[in-house]
Design a protein around this ligand. Sequence first.
Ligand SMILES: N[C@@H](CCC(=O)N[C@@H](CS)C(=O)NCC(=O)O)C(=O)O
Length: 213
Amino acid sequence: MARCQSETRSKAGGRANMTMKLLTTITSPYGRVARIALSELGLDDEYELMLVKTRTPQNETTRYNPTGKVPTLLTRDGAALSEARLICYYLQRLTSRTDFVSDAGDFDSHLLEGVVTGFIDGVSVWLREIKRPEDDRSEDILRQERERATRCVEWFNERASALPTRVDFCSTTLLVALENLNKIDSNRWQDEAPALDAWAQALSRKPSIAGTA
Ligand SMILES: N[C@@H](CCC(=O)N[C@@H](CS)C(=O)NCC(=O)O)C(=O)O
């Protein structure tokens, strides 16, 4: 696996404890999830933010991670770790917290997390499609993603009282997906989902979320 170039070695030949680096873009929703995790887990002083340009030849991420995707975390031992959930799990393991990422036995959390992850992926596809020049947009993708988002918002709204109120991977990912949905002008999900809106507003006020906006 690719490792950070600035890696140093201890006298014993083992890998030194390096400052972590988070490779991301300003707008990446998955990168925002990782930044919230770093803040929530008290690791703000233990990483450097490296802003990259994905989908360009200059994308520095590809030096470490062949997918070129963000977020990519260069861990304390210089490994390049990707996928927001895996990054959050690694970060949690650096702390005494055990409740940021749900563990394998928590089936109810996994049910919710599955829908949340599908939702953020769908909203990301929708937003990317909207940003294309009008002639290049696929009406089919736009319709599919609008319908998916509508179904998901309704589903979360019906379960708003059971959504996690603490900052964890699941609540953070859902909130960030809703923030992205706000960027799609034609969509006013808040009107259709007042209970979900109230949940999102309360969560937005938490320090680790407000501080990384
Ligand atoms: N499932 C991944 C999704 C990561 C992802 O799709 N990131 C986008 C930015 S929001 C990206 O890097 N796109 C650049 C590319 O596809 O080359 C995660 O959870 O981290």
